[in-house]
Ligand binder design. Structure first.
Ligand SMILES: O=C(O)CCC(=O)C(=O)O
Ligand SMILES: [Fe+2]
Length: 352
């Protein structure tokens, strides 16, 4: 009997065409699973390989003392070492963090794709690759935001399909962060089953939701491991690696990007768009081969000064007792994206 039967719980949405049909598909995925796979993102396999190579070079060749010269700061820029970050929602007081290291590029000028921060030489020398990636991810993010506004039929008088995009300035400060992640394999190649079994059920990124508006993620073949707590089935479901469909594979395009709705878009839409809980475990193949896991993520946030007031859409009730409407009813004002983010970062890194 085959042991690896992967079904894909996520819808695959092609955003090559910006029209109402695409918008409706995207809104459906975003309001059911809160996660989807995106095609028509414009990344070639070659570009994605180049990025992974840069990431592997940084994490495996740059000495720890050098990485530690760029410790994570309050604007979420820099390096976090093994065990520093703790994403587990239920255990924010636990002493041991996730077995991963990360490098964050933040405080971005999103018109140029350049972060305002001190960087290791390797990244300074490869800023071109990083900027090109950030700009392309930014373009995809804006397309998605436009399609979501079209799907929500945002009031034309208030900005219609541009409603979200207008609140994502390229130059005003935001929490938008581009991040490289490296999860260390806990076992050596050829480890015994007994040894590997100890790690099959260990979360290497604890269960959490993302803080920003929208997240775009590259997951590598053979290094999957992302799991979602499906709002549909209420069960943990694996997000498998899925290859590019023939239409895109023949162009040399990269596999679908994984997209998820994060807290602020969910809050903004009174929960209509879902910020789904997710976690990461080592894929069986990674454990079998004793291979590390790499992923690459873009967290997009609205500009810090954006008021998270209820989205003017007939699909969202202003009487709602959740999210942005609830806050407005209770406090008589809306909170900004910057305020919303500051609270979440404080609980992840213990900044109080
Ligand atoms: O590494 C991954 O696949 C997901 C990481 C993640 O969920 C996060 O950093 O927020
Ligand atoms: Fe996440």
């Amino acid at each position: 009997m085959p042991t690896h039967i992967y079904s894909n719980p996520l819808e695959i949405v092609d955003i090559s065409e910006i029209n109402q049909d695409t918008a409706d598909k995207l809104l459906h995925a975003a309001s059911t699973q809160g996660f989807l796979m995106l095609e028509g993102h414009g990344f070639s396999q070659e570009e994605v390989d180049q990025l992974y190579n840069l990431s592997a070079k940084f994490f495996t060749e740059v000495p720890l003392e050098e990485k530690q010269k760029y410790p994570i700061d309050k604007r979420n820029r820099g390096y976090t070492g093994m065990g520093v970050e703790n994403l587990e929602l239920d255990q924010l007081d636990k002493k041991v963090g996730d077995p991963k290291e990360c490098f964050n590029f933040a405080a971005m000028n999103l018109a140029a794709g350049v972060p305002d921060q001190k960087l290791p030489t390797l990244f300074r020398d490869n800023m071109d690759t990083i900027s090109k990636t950030v700009l392309k991810l930014r373009e995809d993010t804006k397309k998605i935001l436009k399609l979501l506004a079209m799907g929500l039929q945002v009031d034309e008088k208030k900005g219609g399909s541009d409603w979200f995009v207008m609140r994502h300035s390229d130059t005003r400060p935001s929490g938008t962060t581009f991040r490289l992640l490296h999860y260390h394999s806990p076992v050596k190649p050829g480890a015994s089953n007994e040894e590997k079994d100890k790690y099959r059920e260990v979360n290497i990124a604890g269960a959490h939701t993302d803080y920003g508006g929208l997240t775009l993620l590259f997951q590598k073949e053979g290094e999957d491991g992302l799991q979602i707590l499906s709002p549909m089935t209420k069960k943990w479901e694996a997000v498998p690696f899925v290859a590019a469909s023939p239409k895109f594979a023949t162009n040399g395009d990269a596999p679908p990007l994984i997209v998820n709705i994060a807290d602020q878009l969910s809050y903004w839409t009174n929960g209509l768009l879902r910020s789904t809980v997710h976690r990461v475990r080592f894929a069986e193949k990674s454990l079998d081969e004793g291979k590390d896991r790499y992923s690459i993520v873009m967290f997009s946030h609205p500009s810090d000064d954006t008021l998270l007031e209820p989205v003017p859409s007939k699909l969202i009730s202003s009487e709602d007792t959740r999210g942005a409407s609830q806050y407005l009813l209770k406090h008589g004002r809306s909170q900004t994206a910057g305020e919303h983010l500051a609270r979440r970062l404080a609980s992840t890194y213990g900044w109080y």
